[in-house]
Design a protein around this ligand. Sequence first.
Ligand code: FAD
Length: 544
Amino acid sequence: MRNTHEVTNQVPPLVGHDAADDPALLEALVREGAGWAEGDLHAVGHLAGSAQAQEWGRLAEAHPPVLRTHDRYGHRIDEVDYDPAYHHLMATAVRLGLHGAPWADPRPGAHVARAARSFVWGQTNAGHGCPISMTYAVVPALRAEPSLAAAYEPLLTSASYDPTAAPPLTKPGLIAGMSMTEKQGGSDVRAGTTRAIAQADGSWLLTGHKWFTSAPASDLFLVLAQAPGGLTCFLLPRVLPDGNRNRMHLQRLKDKLGNHSNASSEVEYDEAVAWRVGDEGRGVRTIIEMVNVTRLDCTLASAGIMRQGVAQAAHHAAHRSAFGRHLVDQPLMRAVLADLAVEAEAAVAVAMRLAGATDRAARGDEREALFRRLGLAASKYFVCKRGPAHAAEALECLGGNGYVEESGLPRLYREAPLLSVWEGSGNVAALDTLRVMAREPLAVQVFFDEVELAAGADHRLDAAVADLRAALVETATLEPRARRIAESMALVLQGSLLVRHGHPAVADAFCASRLGRDGGLAFGTLPAGVDTTAIIARATPKVP
Ligand SMILES: Cc1cc2nc3c(=O)[nH]c(=O)nc-3n(C[C@H](O)[C@H](O)[C@H](O)COP(=O)(O)OP(=O)(O)OC[C@H]3O[C@@H](n4cnc5c(N)ncnc54)[C@H](O)[C@@H]3O)c2cc1C
């Protein structure tokens, strides 16, 4: 075919850059006690920005996993076939320690360094982050049963990725999942009907179904089941110590909106062998340790999606012209980009603050444990809730190109709502915020102590904190106001962090629009006078 035209005004791909060259992230890394990890983080950033890793991310999503229930002779095998790109992503994530390094090497800042690496590497592909996050999260729950932790923790934190189906204790490294949700209830896991019967050898047999179990080719699962003493947590291997498959049958894989590289299955347990973790009847208390860690990762991943969205949008606007000027020089596009950047900076600041709290709590700091419990519930609610709107607006900055798969923006848009749905859907996370406040009054004190470290620095923040205190006085009507309260808590926490540590232009724009309410409901409605130049410069990735 003849060339009919010259291709102009198309934007060069955002590839070959350092995805960790992100001022908001790097500042938070140092602030939260992991400055020692900065060199490594840039290495991860170069890897994540490489053409190879970007291609793995694309391929893994374009070729979703396929369930193989039987072999050619009709034996049940319950295997999941993944694209090789998925295994490359997994192997790299495991090598980088995203699945468990801080448990094996708990030096100060280890969880912060791991959070920053996950934030950066997660920008290649979100789906494989699910099993990586669950493996990271399983360790604190497993520690409720020291003998099981002693056997499995070294393998759950090892740097070897081995996707084969084999007895866990014979493998060089393990991946873990969690199996709680049933047809009749996911938020209300106490409604679970899977039964557990004790065996003479100390093991249990589990029978029932699970309506959602992601990463079903994992080696180990934490499963909730009803024992005689009530809902209990169990550790269930995919392959038994004798090499036989456990009776964990995959019925089908979910056909999902997004998150395509990750398999999410429906499972039948038919007298599957498992071992008890934690006390009988205390299953929720045991597995909540795992859920809290995955909630941190949801908040981080939402912040990561925002960072990717605004980086793509700013990159596009820097190269694309319309009406005779680059988009980035058009005042209204500057308003949109700056607003997206402010949201992304606020999200990473609070996510990294919570990673810091996780780190300090893991080393015995009880105030930080309380801060994390409450701050995480509110931030999981709000940051994840902002994700889909942010992704939609970032996509629109690329115009029609943003709506096309090749741009990568549709992947972000499809992934974003999931982070709000799982590990405590919006209402559940908001209600959890109230629950923590009711059960742990000291957490409320610790929370306000943190926020008020910025007292007097910005009148809009001071006023928002006073409003929040007033909103908590009347307790009879708290439940229908749970979203408003969780939102206000997340906003004042973000505001306090930005006022104390953020770039002044970002802090000012945040306080004016989010706390002073001098802005609209859509992105791109920052008040006049905001320093958009400084804000956009921080958000624009440097391409070699
Ligand atoms: C892609 C994907 C992967 C998943 N992977 C796993 C997995 O690996 N393991 C696993 O165990 N689960 C998994 N889940 C399940 C997920 O955790 C649940 O879907 C989630 O917890 C919500 O439960 P549900 O779907 O039963 O909804 P429901 O509990 O029925 O909730 C429906 C709606 O009601 C709201 N709601 C619930 N209670 C209240 C209340 N008291 N007041 C007001 N509103 C309320 C919720 O916020 C939600 O909006 C996965 C889900 C998805 C989408």
